[in-house]
Design a protein around this ligand. Structure first.
Ligand code: PLP
Length: 463
């Protein structure tokens, strides 16, 4: 075949190119989420079912983006469709309390060990924002300790430490007061973590407990233990952001796996079974900062805490605990509790990872695939040791601390274009979020596409 990766991409996606032409005139860069930005244009998807999606040009794609990790059950799983569909005829928003929000909280509490109480939000970003607010209110302190590159959504409180390839300032437009209230420490720098937490100025430390970017750089349990120990010693709180890992790393998230109990946990994605939704779960005394005074308590206004001593933590939100999200969430979490969906997704992930590493080895390209549970990461264009047991990659394996496990853009873009040419879509960074409906055949097809894409890049001297 003499045509290039880019020629084939353009030829196979004429419909997407045409849509993108209008999109750029109406939407910044033509997209609606930073991760959906794609060069030279993104594909436009028309429908999806199970492990697959179809674009407007009729291309069939094995999907590993899986709703940015929300779809542990794949696309349009009958169980979730059945839970949501009948509700559409009963109204999509009651502007009132409803039974399902109680059952949804119960389902969360059955899985997350630290969830003494739960408050629903509309997204993961809102969940981390609320968790930080609760911590600041409870401690009367404003400082936040973040680990470098850990992503907690896009609210002002947490963006200082988030990843950005141009440096460590993650977004323009953050108020100085917000960035100045945050100290960012490398996740492996235990000395600095311990030293920072000597200070009694911290409201909380927040982290992705699986390591930054859903485990792209895994985090040792000892760091979580250190964070737990040091925050408790100085009156700071510990917030785990389990937006990705909750109900995926294990039914009870990373905290269940490693036995470290945070004060507050941010949840989203799998929580809402493919519908929009998030939650903060955690210590009852912290969540109850949102409680209103009991009737007859004699406090002068509803903005006071139950004991009337201080302001309560305010938390409105039009779509909090939306009934459709609650219904899908209950169905998803009930199934997660059996352990089966996670077991299957994990098994498929190991198969995918092994296949990717086989291809990398056979074609003698620099890189490795590694993962945790049903999250697989691909690192190309850098010399790294393969994961010790064929799957798990620890920082010790990664070599010098200067290594940032990131595929260079000069490799990542053509590789993702080539993979799409061969019918596979990976997450931006690059990685795969695997569902329990990816069959062995889907995985094997993806491995073949991966092999073909590596060969394509080799042929064009890109790898
Ligand atoms: N925290 C983590 C670890 C995430 O990966 C994300 C989103 O990908 C968020 C928070 C933000 O969640 P949302 O996109 O629902 O606002």
């Amino acid at each position: 075949m003499s045509s290039t990766i880019d020629d084939r991409f353009t030829a196979a996606h004429a419909g997407s190119a045409a849509l993108h032409e209008e999109a750029v005139t109406r939407l910044p860069s033509g997209v609606t989420h930073d991760t959906r930005y794609f060069q030279p244009f993104p594909i436009y998807v028309e429908r999806a079912a199970g492990a697959r999606k179809w674009d407007v040009d009729g291309n069939e794609i094995v999907d590993f983006v899986m709703g940015h990790g929300a779809l542990l059950f794949g696309h349009a799983h009958p169980l979730l469709v059945k839970a949501v569909q009948p509700l559409l005829e009963h109204g999509t928003h009651y502007g009132a309390s409803h039974r399902l929000e109680i059952a949804w909280a119960r389902a969360v509490q059955a899985l997350i060990p630290s969830a003494e109480k739960v408050r629903f939000t509309s997204s993961g970003t809102e969940a981390t924002m609320l968790a930080v607010r609760l911590a600041r209110a409870a401690t009367g302190r404003s400082r936040l300790l973040e680990l470098r590159n850990h992503f907690h959504g896009w609210n002002d409180s947490v963006m200082t430490g988030a990843r950005n390839s141009a440096g460590y300032v993650s977004s323009a437009g953050l108020p100085a007061a917000m960035t100045e209230a945050v100290t960012v420490v490398d996740q492996h720098d235990t000395k600095s973590i311990a030293a920072e937490l000597e200070s009694e100025s911290y409201a909380a430390a927040i982290c992705e407990p699986g390591g930054y970017s859903w485990g792209t750089c895994p985090l040792a349990t000892s760091v979580l233990e250190l964070l737990r120990d040091r925050t408790a010693a100085t009156g700071a709180l510990l917030i785990f952001d389990e937006v990705v890992t909750g109900f995926r790393a294990s039914p009870g998230g990373v905290q269940s796996l490693v036995g470290v109990r945070p004060d507050l946990t941010a949840l989203a994605k799998v929580l809402a079974g493919g519908m929009p939704g998030g939650a903060v779960a955690g210590r009852a005394d912290l969540l109850d900062q949102m409680a209103f005074p009991s009737p007859g308590a004699g406090t002068p206004n509803g903005d006071r805490s139950p004991d009337g001593a201080r302001d309560r933590v305010a938390h409105p939100g039009t779509f909090n605990a939306n009934p459709l999200s609650a219904a899908a969430g209950i169905a998803a979490l009930t199934e997660v509790r059996t352990g089966e969906p996670i077991r299957i997704a994990n098994e498929r992930s190991r198969r995918l990872c092994a296949g990717f590493n086989r291809a990398i080895r056979e074609r003698e390209v620099p890189g490795a695939a590694y993962g945790e549970a049903s999250m697989v990461h691909v690192l190309l264009g850098q010399h790294v040791p393969p994961p010790t047991d064929g799957f798990t990659w620890s920082w010790g394996d990664a070599g010098p601390q200067s290594l940032v496990p990131e595929t260079p853009d000069a490799v990542r873009w053509p590789f993702r274009r080539s993979l799409l040419n061969h019918g596979v879509d990976l997450m931006g960074g690059m990685g795969a979020l695997v569902s329990c409906v990816h069959s062995e055949a889907d995985i094997d097809e993806a491995i073949e596409a991966f092999q073909a894409a590596l060969s394509d890049l080799r042929r064009e001297d890109l790898l």
